[in-house]
Design a protein around this ligand. Structure first.
Ligand SMILES: *Cc1c(COP(=O)(O)O)cnc(C)c1O
Length: 375
């Protein structure tokens, strides 16, 4: 897999993360194998109840992946008449492409807004982008930190907008004591293997307190059907597998402890990395991030990446190109989002994971601090 490499300190040791649950995962696999029931059964039902309880929402609807979770919420709002084709959705300009694809894939119009110092949607800029066709805000809890949901929800209430959270990177993150997934009208979650809460393949879910939305989503994920061979909507096939649900139930038991380990590592990085050309990430007020990735910034990002590579430390860039510079959105190429563009030029993700040893953390700190300062 692309995240694995042969460096002494890999960016992310996914095999090591899952090996800790080897026996329990095999037992879950065996249970599903022997059940003879593989799609939409007891495991998905149990997982949905457990993850809804974890997030603190009334409903959880398992789907095929994180992109579909976002796509299907917007499609459900179209079916329910909350949105109409061509309506505008406010979204951060510096998000992962999936967030934008969910909007354009439904015939809706993304309105890109710059981030603040936390690299999340700048709530203070939203209101100037609200127009007559604006119907929703899609904040992204990027890098494991929730957006400023107090401010975002206040703007949404004032203008009658729906709020769909993209919680793909923020399982267990909190804002003002409330868990990601319970901070808006609905939330999309991804359980892609490398996320903080990852399956052993593709998987995703929606959480919401809205029962009408939850009902519509249960139909949309299953060919638009509540009852076999009766199709209420033009739905899709995007169901969470029984197998992935059973594996996720095993891994949910570890999520809080794993996030605590990530927080302890982040605390050390924030305290111990001291370099004039490395800017450390900042947490917003009332936020408890879960550090999906630990993203530093440097004007000499490529040199820092090469230096760490020579020290045996794997790094990644989240992300090299903003959505408005992607070929897929070439119609936006002339647009300018300077804060977003600076982020994409400067960010570098250094290793953080629940299976990193203290010695590895110390080696990362030492290598960062030993980066030659005269540039
Ligand atoms: C991973 C991710 C998604 C998409 O999830 P998949 O399960 O890969 O489809 C969406 N948004 C963000 C911010 C992500 O990081």
């Amino acid at each position: 897999m692309f995240l694995l490499n042969n460096l002494p300190i890999p960016f992310l040791d996914l095999g090591g993360i899952n090996a800790r649950d080897r026996e329990a995962l095999i037992a879950a696999f065996t249970r599903v194998l022997d059940s003879g029931w593989y799609v939409l059964g007891k495991e998905v039902e149990a997982f949905e109840a457990e993850y809804a309880a974890y997030c603190g929402t009334r409903h959880c609807i398992g789907v095929g992946n994180g992109l579909d979770a976002l796509v299907l919420v917007l499609r459900a709002w179209l079916e329910l008449g909350v949105l109409k084709a061509g309506d505008e959705v406010i979204v951060p300009a510096n998000t992962y492409i999936a967030t934008i694809l969910a909007i354009t894939g439904n015939g809706l119009t993304p309105v890109l807004v710059e981030p603040d110092a936390t690299m999340n949607l700048d709530a203070a800029l939203i209101e100037q982008h609200v127009g007559p066709r604006t119907r929703a805000i899609l904040p992204v809890h990027l890098y494991g930190q929730t957006a400023n949901m107090t401010a975002i929800n206040a703007v949404a209430r004032k203008h009658g907008l729906k709020v769909l959270e993209d919680s793909a990177q923020a399982h267990g993150a909190q804002h003002a004591g409330v868990c990601a997934g319970a901070l808006g009208d609905a939330s999309g979650h991804s359980f892609f293997p490398s996320k903080n809460f990852g399956a052993l393949g593709d998987a995703g879910a929606v959480t919401t307190n809205d029962s009408a939305l939850a009902d519509t989503l249960r139909a949309l994920r299953n060919y638009g059907s509540h009852k076999k061979y009766e199709n209420l909507y033009k739905g899709v096939n995007s169901r969470l597998d029984e197998l992935q649900a059973a594996l996720l139930r095993v891994k949910l038991a570890r999520l809080d402890a794993d996030n605590q380990r990530r927080r302890a590592i982040a605390a050390r990085y924030l305290y111990e990395i001291q370099h004039p050309h490395i800017t450390l990430p900042v947490a917003g007020d009332h936020n408890e991030p879960v550090w999906h990735v630990f993203v530093v910034r440097s004007p000499a990002r490529e040199a820092l990446q090469a230096h760490l590579h020579h020290a045996g430390i794997g790094t990644l860039i989240h992300y090299p190109l903003p959505p408005h510079h992607q070929q897929a959105y070439r119609e936006w190429r002339e647009r300018s989002y300077p804060i977003t563009e600076a982020i994409h030029r400067e960010v570098l993700s250094i290793p953080i994971s629940p299976v990193m040893s203290d010695a590895q953390v110390e080696a990362v700190v030492a290598a960062c601090n030993a980066w030659p300062r005269r540039r």
